[in-house]
Design a protein around this ligand. Sequence first.
Ligand SMILES: *Cc1c(COP(=O)(O)O)cnc(C)c1O
Length: 634
Amino acid sequence: MSEYPNEELHTHLPVRAGATVDIGEMSGIEADVVRGILRAEPVGRLATPPGPATDSATGPVLGIAANQAANPTAAPETPADRPAVRTTSASPPPADSATAAGSIATSSIAANSIAANSIATSSIAANSIDATALASGPAGTGPLALLLATVLDGLDRGRADWLGPLPPGGPHAVREAVAASGFGILPDKGEDPFETLAALGRLVAWGAADPAHPHCAAHLHCPPLATSVAAETAVAALNQSLDSWDQSPAAGEIEERIVRTLTRAVGYPDSSAGVLTSGGTESNLMGLLLARDDILRRRFDTDPDLDGVPPFAAGRMRILASDQAHFSVARNAAVLGLGERSVIPVASDPEGRMRADALGEALGAVVDRDEIALAVVGTAGTTDLGAIDPLGAIARLAARHGAWFHVDAAYGGGLLLGTEADDRLRDLHTADSVTLDLHKLGWQPVPAGCFLVKHAASLRSLEKRVSYLNSVDDEQAGYPSLLGRSLRTTRRADAVKLAAAFRALGREGFQQLTDRCRALARYAAAAVQAHPDLELTAEPHLTTVLFRYLPPDPHDADRVNGALRRHLLEAGRAVLGRTELARERPGTPPGRVRLKLTLLNPHTTEPQIDALLAAVRTAGGAASASAASVRGPS
Ligand SMILES: *Cc1c(COP(=O)(O)O)cnc(C)c1O
């Protein structure tokens, strides 16, 4: 494969058009990285992380925790510690302030894992790496490998610039820093891609809300697995698109197999089907679209594809979902021409689960009003409380009323990947369609949504025949097409990263990751209960913990909790979620605002949770004092 002996590359590294750079002229770190890639050697100096290797009561997860020692995002040394702060500057320091962290990324790569790059690199023409270089092709991935090393090095530098979970200084400081960087404009004359990527990597790492930081715990925003991100790079390099076989032959087959794995995990029959999506919002839209069209075809004998929603049905179609259902259900109802008011909220119990008796009553009322129960949407893992609706009872009621049963398992569906069946998902297979989102409890880079249907035939609404994408003669000749599964045309090959994660982790790996995050949630809930100035809202169902800080004057609760969260954001110290309960809880101080921890980082440790709660209490104390001073002495 190699046209040139590696020796030549040691002295003449192709860097950019017209220039041949001698490694000897490079800074130590750059040369280390480049040499490592070319010679397939581990490179660089391992920077000492800010603290000891993470450990936890349950020990390392999959042995990955040990690697955290080489990761500067590994947080604080001691329970009392907050995310370390190396600089208090609100803007990223100039690119020339070199840090030892620069070469961390490559330093932990095993030698044989980059051997392939050295082969690819060796076939690049000496002057080929300029901004027009392509990511792949007959010449190999050499330019990409060098550029990747540069951008990853930039990430580690940016991380070393600021070790908090998000940049300090709030929106104003971030806006100024991004403007000062100059990124975002289109200059007349292009600039060097290496310098561009070094600066960009550094800026985005500094300015990121980093989900891998133990104190970044607001949303269903998981830290992605390195394996999946590496696979994602392969997909990006090849830019496969799943709308036709001739744009993604193997990736299409991989998607089919991933979907089959997921339909089996749900317990669906072989007649089921599915497709990967951009996320829960799109999957829920597809579920409601199929529900709408199914009922129009069955009950009204119309063809919604051609005729849309007939006037006699338009104002009467109803969707029933719990008052905890994701907001995309209502938005999608609007998109589908049904209107947000077509969604009837069904009461949930104090744990956040849909009440089957309330659903029964609501369905009865729909019939009494001569309306049409189009769909019942159950949620397996509500966004705030992580509650899982009683799926079996809901399925029976939906079936009795001839309504489509869609389950939004965007969050809780991740439980299906493990070795242990979760009883709460036992009846998931009774759903007509299911939403899964593996960029939540699945540790995938966004997007990794999935939409599954029990019967492939119900995907009919999405079928399209487009002469230049899926001609009949091509299909008859055995060339398959996934165009008719999706609302999209050009579609990323997200299945490839899932394939990597599935094989590398196995069911046991997913089970360990899930178990660890759930254990952290239980730990956090107990730690909240141990502090008299913190109040736990409910025991965790999955990996979220709802709670609040109780200020000395209970009437300040909402204001103080809102303010303390912004204070932590502004300081770049912690990213907590904020939400509001549908109603005040009887027997607790007034207010509906709650803070939320969404724990999706299996490498977070118990002392780091303690440190996070300590930061909340400190910020809460300060916010209470300023609330009191605004009010003045009473
Ligand atoms: C996150 C979430 C969604 C939306 O998914 P996206 O991937 O953000 O589009 C829908 N439903 C539930 C329950 C969710 O938690």
